[in-house]
Design a protein around this ligand. Structure first.
Ligand code: HEC
Ligand SMILES: [Cu+2]
Length: 338
């Protein structure tokens, strides 16, 4: 190799290493770094299968390379023995893969059943898919929330899931595999996070225009923090706000601009039956909005309230033609929903 091409070669490897390490650095959806027992079960099975495949690869490629060199044509070399139609050989290389696959099937089937079993003493959460956000209900606590699934650390969680419209798919790569959300049918998925951490979720089934913006967060908290979170979520929103404040003005905008047709704020506008939009009672405590496609901050909220379909094409929240002043007041009001 010339000096110049060696240099290029080295540059290339440095860049590809940098590139690879960039991939590893910030990868909240890396299914190869499991953060709980369910994900670990899958990971173990993956690596077992992977190493068997690596073994097969080297044996097969080794045999191929050997054959290419050992039996290559050379002047005066007779044609090697032909084996086409050799039953014993063909049976051997059919039966060996069958045995390998049968051996892999044993831990695979066991893993499938392990993952499906309902854990004991699990926290129950209902996950409802909407175009394009996930809704969460905690039947034991009477809590309804959206986008951010809050769970206690080191505790099994049993998700009971369905869809409100089309097929969706719930996926938290660091905690378990994917599972469909089907209209009119319940499916189940277990989560279990080792420790307090924030995880990313994503809808794993193309479900329309803003599918890529149908994301989510799973936040696991210490048991004490989770208890506090539950107790706070159970509370209604504050109805009486300081008179003349911007937040009080925002509450009036909220009540009069049609928001109540779709959204619920417990204690402020009580309605019977389900609404088709995220429950906003504790909106300010969530770190993301609009299907976790945006961080929950003033700038993004301004964009969202000014023109939702521009931010999230196809969304069922219409552009309500709010004035800048109304938006500012609404943001002040939404900020009180803790
Ligand atoms: C026709 C129904 C409808 C109306 C009316 C409506 N919204 Fe929405 N809103 C939605 C839907 C649906 C979403 C979820 C969109 C998504 O993430 O895809 C949403 C999302 C939001 C969010 C983000 C919530 C979150 O946790 O992601 C906020 C904040 C919000 N709306 C505020 C308002 C306000 C304020 C009004 C009144 C000015 C209003 N909405 C009127 C349907 C509506
Ligand atoms: Cu979806």
């Amino acid at each position: 190799m010339s000096k110049k091409s060696l240099f290029r070669y080295r540059n290339f490897s440095i860049f590809s290493l940098l590139f690879l390490s960039a991939c590893i650095e910030n990868a909240p959806m890396d299914s190869l770094s499991p953060a709980g027992p369910y994900a670990r079960t899958i990971d173990d099975l993956f690596w077992l299968t992977f190493w068997i495949a690596v073994g097969v690869f080297f044996i097969v490629q080794g045999a191929l390379v050997f054959a290419v060199f050992y039996f290559r044509d050379m002047p005066g070399k007779p044609e090697p023995k032909q084996i086409h139609g050799n039953n014993i050989l063909e049976l051997t290389w059919t039966i060996i893969p069958v045995l390998i696959l049968a051996a892999i099937a044993v831990p695979t089937v066991r893993t499938v059943f392990d993952l499906a079993r309902e854990p004991e003493n699990a926290l129950k959460v209902e996950v409802i898919g909407h175009q394009w956000w996930f809704e969460y209900k905690y039947p034991d606590y009477g809590i309804t929330t959206a986008n951010v699934l809050v769970i206690p650390e080191d505790t099994p969680v049993r998700l009971e899931m369905w869809s409100n419209d089309v097929l969706h798919n719930y996926w938290v790569p660091k905690l378990n595999g994917k599972r469909y959300l089907v209209p009119g049918q319940k499916t189940y998925l277990n989560l279990h996070a080792d420790s307090a951490e924030e995880f990313w979720a994503q809808c794993g089934e193309y479900c329309g225009l803003s599918h890529s913006k149908m994301r989510g967060r799973v936040i696991s908290l210490s048991k004490k923090d989770f208890e506090n979170w539950v107790n706070n979520e159970k509370l209604d929103a504050q109805k009486e706000l300081p008179e003349g404040s911007l937040a009080a003005e925002g509450q009036q905008v909220y009540l009069n601009a049609g928001c109540t047709q779709c959204h619920v704020i417990n204690g402020v506008w009580d309605v019977q039956g389900d609404r088709i939009a995220p429950n906003l009672t504790h909106f300010a405590n969530r770190n993301v909005l609009a299907g976790a496609s945006l961080d929950n901050n003033k700038e993004n909220l301004t964009k969202w309230l000014a023109n939702p379909p521009e931010v999230k094409p196809g969304t069922f929240m219409p552009n309500l033609e709010l004035s800048e002043k109304e938006i500012e007041a609404l943001i002040a009001y939404l900020g009180t929903l803790k």
